[in-house]
Design a protein around this ligand. Structure first.
Ligand code: FAD
Length: 417
């Protein structure tokens, strides 16, 4: 089967859905997604989204926190415009129906996470991503210009290579014409031709045996661009989240959000001793790479398999109210987090590298854009060289799309070697 659309969107997480909603007023949009439409890393996000909302926070403080957490390897230009737009993008999510928690005074209940000098993380209890995914899907489903095809696995993007032209990584003007997609009903490969294609296929956490990522996070879009001879970079920059629930028989690993440490939970050894003072003055709220390395080091020193997160000193009702999903998950394996310490280990969490794009999401392939976790913008550390890109990129810009994560961090030196 052959289909023609104006915009082909590969992936139904926050990046793909946001793009689809925005461009639908310009033409026909087709979203293809390889599993159920809400089977995304987005649905799993717990802690929330960092954005500048109120004083004493400021864009400049958030920018500096991000650059520090990126260990000086961020692309400052990208950091600046992403953070300067943060409040506007949050307003957009709210306009589309997302409900972030508020305090009794009506202000947003902002949380603090590692590497942040201010309270700035908007959240919906501990299931922020699920709330966002559901509300974006509601918008997409009711839009007459958007079609969404579930269980449609994209195999490859189409370029002139498929018309018999030899293409290599030095070929100028490699152009994307759409994608080959597996149709689950006919079991045949459909050709979807599009004027613009967006890859929003998420991260590649499942390359690692211990990851917080859902099974769909296999780096497909990054691999497609690599096969099409497009630019991919910084794939060695993987963020390890310090606190995944230690449950070796369970894959993927269940995340214990960093917001819990922001709420007062403390990292301890199995025999209840604090250790973060040996590594960083910010203790349990140091940036993720520092905390993950500290845990790794402690595990090597002790020979234990896990360390612990202690919430026992926190108010039980508030703890359950803020973290109902984590409370229920731990209880299901016999851990009452108000009485027992939570066993934790680091796990691969976020792919900082990916498809090389500029600040407008434009890849090195004409008419191909990438957004979300599959894209490497330089926001998260490891600085891409964007010079000279505009020569071969289309002059029109669709919109600026980034999932506003908090500062994410360079991996340990060990992983960079
Ligand atoms: C447990 C967990 C907690 C997190 N918590 C937070 C948080 O609190 N704050 C924060 O900022 N970030 C958090 N993150 C990171 C964040 O959720 C992701 O970076 C973000 O949701 C990625 O969005 P995305 O749209 O790029 O990709 P995803 O949401 O992963 O969507 C990818 C989409 O692409 C589709 N796809 C993939 N390959 C193909 C293919 N070959 N063909 C067709 N479709 C394909 C998938 O089916 C899926 O629909 C968390 C991540 C995890 C795993």
């Amino acid at each position: 089967m052959r289909k023609n659309v104006d915009f082909l969107v590969i992936g139904s997480g926050i990046a793909g859905l946001t793009f689809a909603i925005k461009v639908a007023k310009h033409g026909k949009v087709c979203i293809v997604t390889k599993s159920k439409m809400d089977d995304t890393a987005t649905s799993w996000a717990q802690g929330g989204i960092a954005a500048v909302m109120y004083t004493p926070d400021s864009f400049e403080k958030h920018i500096q926190d991000t650059i520090i957490a990126g260990d000086g390897l961020c692309n400052e230009e990208v950091v600046r415009f992403t953070i300067n737009e943060s409040s506007e993008r949050i307003k957009e999510l709210i306009k589309w129906g997302t409900k972030f928690d508020k305090t009794t005074t009506g202000r947003y209940d902002l949380a603090k996470e590692g590497g942040h000098s201010e309270y700035r993380v908007l959240h919906h209890k501990d299931s922020t991503g699920r709330e966002i995914e559901n509300k974006l899907l509601e918008q997409v489903k009711k839009h007459p210009n958007i079609e969404i095809l579930e269980n449609h696995f994209t195999i490859d993007i189409i370029t002139q290579h498929h018309l018999g032209v030899e293409v290599n990584s030095r070929t100028e003007g490699i152009t994307c014409f759409g994608a080959f997609v597996m149709n689950p009903r006919t079991r045949l490969v459909d050709t979807i031709l599009s004027k613009i294609t967006l890859i929003a296929t998420g991260g590649a956490g499942n390359v690692y045996s211990n990851t917080t990522n859902p099974l769909i996070s296999t780096g497909d879009g990054i691999a497609m661009v690599y096969r099409a001879k497009g630019a991919v970079e910084n794939m060695e920059f993987i963020q390890f989240h310090p606190t995944a629930l230690y449950l070796p028989e369970e894959k993927p690993a269940f995340l214990i959000t960093e917001a819990m440490r922001g709420f007062g939970a403390v990292l301890k050894t199995r025999d209840g001793k604090e250790f973060m003072h040996k590594y960083d003055a910010r203790l349990s709220l140091a940036p993720r790479d520092i905390v993950a390395r500290a845990i790794d080091n402690e595990l090597k020193l002790s020979g234990e398999d896990y360390l612990c997160l202690d919430c026992r000193h926190l108010n039980k009702n508030e703890l359950i109210n803020h973290f109902p999903t984590i409370y229920a998950k731990c209880l299901s394996i016999g851990i009452d987090i108000s009485k027992d310490m939570i066993p934790v280990v680091p796990a691969a969490h976020y792919t900082c590298g990916g498809i090389k794009v500029d600040e407008f999401g434009r890849s090195s392939i004409v008419n191909l854009f990438a957004s979300g976790e599959c894209a490497a913008t330089g926001l998260h550390g490891a600085k891409p060289d964007c010079t000279g890109q505009t020569d071969w990129l289309p002059t029109h810009c669709l919109n600026r799309l980034f999932f506003l994560t908090g500062p994410v961090h360079r991996p340990s030196a060990r992983y960079r070697q």
